[in-house]
Structure formats: C-alpha cells, structure tokens
Design a protein around this ligand. Structure first.
Ligand SMILES: [Zn+2]
Length: 179
C-alpha cells in the first residue's frame, strides 16, 4: 500500500469558508458524503450536512502524491490505485515511472507498467557507470590494459544509442531500452 495521502473535505463547507474534512489513503478517498460512509464516520460534520448541497467532496491537500494539487476524490482513487500497482513492481519507483511517462509522452497514470518494468535497466550514478558495468562482462578490470586507454565518454555515447536515460532531481540516471 502506497503511503500517499489526500485531505478530503466537503466542498460546500469549503466554499463557505469552513474546512471540514480528514486525511485518507489516496486509494481509499471517499467520493461523496452519504450520511453513513467512512467520511461521515471520521469527520465531525456540521448539521448542514443533512442537505444535498453538502454531498460533494474534494481533495484540497495531498501528501506523497506524484503531483501536489487539488483534484476530485475519484482522481485521487485512480492515482492511489496506480501507486499501489507501481509498488507491486519491485524495481520501479514513482520517480522512475514519472520520468518514463515524460519520455513516452503519456499521462503518469497511463504508463504501461509492465512495459516500463521490462525495459528498465535501473538507476545509475552516470551513463558511464552503466556502460562500464556492461563492459565488465567481457573486460577484465584487474588488468589495466586496455581499460586505461578507453575513452569512456566516447564509448558511452556510442553505447547509449540503444538506450535512453533521464536524470532525476537527486542526480541519479535512470535507463531504459530504447526499443
Ligand atoms: Zn459541508
């Protein structure tokens, strides 16, 4: 279960200047007040809530979500479910999926996680680090020659033709197969 949380509040109360709501797991955000659901059980609601005008709920704050903005509880549920799905892929992180989404030109929640996972080559300190790790399979690091004569920047640039990479805010490089 992802630890993404959303603060769900009554929209009518909010528009009237009152914050009436509670934090919920993103995947479990209640979508409307019914008088007998989780929202009503956990939130002390004003007496106005017996009227229909107070049925609509809205996400007004978020914590641990890929984007920090207001949204409908339905959208929070979709994102929460997607974050849980990402967690079921051991190698993937929210950050990696976000980068993949940008590269693929699709919305975050529309990423095909199986394809993203299959093509993922992990996160590295640099592209050179990735290329050197690959070269370890057929070059002997114990012997200086010919390693000490390799132009790793040039070798890496050529090697990376088959891959694409992106750098996350912490400076780590995430790499995927290009095809
Ligand atoms: Zn209300």
């Amino acid at each position: 279960m992802s630890d993404a949380m959303v603060w769900v509040g009554c929209l009518a109360c909010y528009n009237g200047g009152d914050l009436v709501g509670e934090w919920f797991d993103a995947g479990d955000a209640p979508t409307e007040t019914t008088g007998e659901n989780e929202f009503d059980a956990r939130v002390k609601v004003p007496s106005e809530h017996i009227t229909e005008a107070h049925e609509e709920l809205w996400v007004m704050d978020t914590d641990g979500m890929p984007e920090s903005r207001e949204m409908s509880p339905d959208e929070a549920n979709r994102i929460g479910a997607f974050l849980n799905e990402i967690e079921s892929h051991d190698r993937l992180t929210t950050e990696a999926v976000r980068m993949y989404a940008q590269w693929a030109g699709v919305a975050f929640v529309d990423v095909d996680l199986r394809r993203c996972d299959d093509a993922y080559r992990g996160e590295w300190d640099s592209e050179v680090d990735f290329a050197q790790d690959y070269a370890d399979d057929f070059l002997d690091r114990e012997q200086p020659w010919p390693l000490n004569h390799i132009d790793w920047d040039a070798a890496t640039e050529d090697f990376m033709q088959d891959y694409w990479s992106g750098e996350d805010p912490s400076g780590m490089v995430h790499i995927w197969d290009a095809h």
